[in-house]
Ligand binder design. Structure first.
Ligand SMILES: NC(=O)c1ccc[n+]([C@@H]2O[C@H](COP(=O)([O-])OP(=O)(O)OC[C@H]3O[C@@H](n4cnc5c(N)ncnc54)[C@H](OP(=O)(O)O)[C@@H]3O)[C@@H](O)[C@H]2O)c1
Length: 402
């Protein structure tokens, strides 16, 4: 029986999960591919750390030994950072290998180029694992794009920051305490910058944006705010009004291009993200035919991420697809929907400029207003803060939607 020959770049959390899943699901994979699915080589940085591998697997720290293997069908990338991952995947596709990556940072920066090479070489490029781990968001978007124009995509795309916000609310603890707990549980890195400052979510937003709208958001004009400045007092204030903080990435096609933001927002129980707690991720998509659909599930971890990679592997067999290119697709542009903000603090209640419409005053210290991002940024009073409210705003007599 011939075999499908796979090289695995990286043998950390994700790499080990993929290796293990290929072994535990070998019979199923054999039925799909009609041949054995074999990891023939693994690339690592420090070989000494990995001495327990099967002896028939080539374990190496030299990519040249992998790319020159006589038989190689698929290269799976589970290493960290833009380089050398980008260079290795180009080499693999140029050799005619199908490629699957979990590396979101590399893919956010170089995905467009890799898609182009895949198209030219007629190979498959899978990247399901780069966004929201076990949630099949990439395949879902591909499927929807057959007929729908996508108008808006929003997501809780970073489980670490969602865990921290959940803990702060449940335990009433400060940010630093919740972060320490996330680190103890292995959800946050020793250097948590990427997660808590929104870089990780932004990379994923870029990947989703290019798939959904066929274009990248303008990186310079995009908004990226982390969760570090949220205090237990703010959480308590808005919890009493029925709101929860969520760290949300939003991508919307507008007349000005793709508007992308990653920032803390407020949602109430009418919004699908209200119930997304702990390390869970969620994605909500607005399509012109389907309306709104939401998916939720594990956003990271060894097996959920391996599941996404193996799904990409199976897709190679089913479709031997060329990636979807949306260059000329999706001419639709929508007007930015109304934006509502919850404002609180010393001056907020007294000094609202007349062009900003007040929607509600749920308590003496909090206002709900309608304003654009620029208008709200113009307000720079000391001790005043504001957060966008997603979804429906519950006012005394009415229900308004953003
Ligand atoms: N962890 C998750 O839940 C998750 C979810 C979705 C996507 N991802 C993405 O998947 C990738 C892997 O994440 P991970 O959590 O598995 O990371 P990890 O546990 O730190 O493992 C990284 C692996 O890559 C190897 N490596 C790093 N740099 C290398 C280089 N220059 N050359 C060769 N090998 C190199 C390391 O080798 P050594 O073992 O020898 O150090 C290690 O085996 C990342 O891009 C991450 O963003 C992770």
């Amino acid at each position: 029986m011939t075999a499908l020959h796979i090289a695995l770049l990286g043998y950390g959390t994700v790499g080990k999960g993929v290796y293990k899943t290929i072994q535990t699901h070998q019979e199923k994979l054999k039925r799909i591919f009609r041949k054995e699915v074999k990891v023939v080589a693994i690339l690592v940085k420090n070989i000494e750390k990995h001495h327990t591998l099967d002896s028939d697997v080539l374990l190496t720290d030299d990519f040249n030994k992998i790319i020159t293997l006589e038989q190689l069908d698929v290269v799976i990338d589970a290493i960290v950072g833009q380089e050398p991952s980008f260079t290795y995947l180009q080499q693999a596709m140029n050799r005619g290998c199908h490629v699957i990556t979990a590396n979101k940072e590399m893919f956010a920066y170089h995905g467009t180029q890799l898609k182009q090479i895949a198209k030219e070489k007629g190979v498959t490029l899978g990247f399901e694992a780069t966004v929201a781990g076990g949630i099949p968001i990439i395949q879902t978007l591909r499927q929807l794009l057959n007929v729908n124009n996508i108008q808006k995509v929003q997501g809780i795309l970073n489980g670490t920051s969602n865990f921290i916000l959940t803990k702060m609310r449940e335990d009433g603890c400060p940010f630093e305490t919740a972060l320490k707990l996330a680190q103890e549980k292995g959800y946050a890195e020793a250097d948590p910058t990427n997660d808590i400052e929104g870089y990780d979510a932004f990379y994923k937003a870029v990947i989703l944006s290019e798939l959904a709208f066929g274009e990248n958001p303008n990186w310079e004009e995009s908004i990226r705010q982390g969760i570090q400045s949220i205090t237990p007092e703010q959480i308590e204030l808005f919890s009493a009004l029925g709101y929860r903080f969520k760290h949300v990435a939003s991508m919307e096609k507008t007349e000005k291009g793709i508007v992308c933001s990653v920032k803390p927002v407020l949602v109430n129980e009418t919004h699908p993200f209200y119930q997304i707690e702990g390390v869970q991720n969620a994605v909500s998509i607005d399509g012109d035919i389907v309306g709104n659909i939401s998916l939720q599930g594990p956003g990271a971890g060894m097996l959920p991420t391996a599941s996404a990679i193996i799904e990409d592997l199976v897709y190679i067999n089913k479709h031997s697809f060329s990636p979807i290119f949306l260059d000329e697709q999706n001419g639709l542009s929508v007007k930015v929907s109304k934006i509502y903000w919850a404002m609180a603090g010393d001056a907020a209640v007294e000094n609202i400029p007349s062009h900003i419409q007040i929607i509600d005053r749920p308590n003496p210290n909090v206002l709900i207003v309608e304003a654009s991002w620029e208008e709200i940024c113009d307000i720079q009073w000391p001790n005043t803060y504001f957060y966008q409210v997603l979804g429906k705003v519950l006012t005394e007599n009415t229900l308004v939607s953003s």
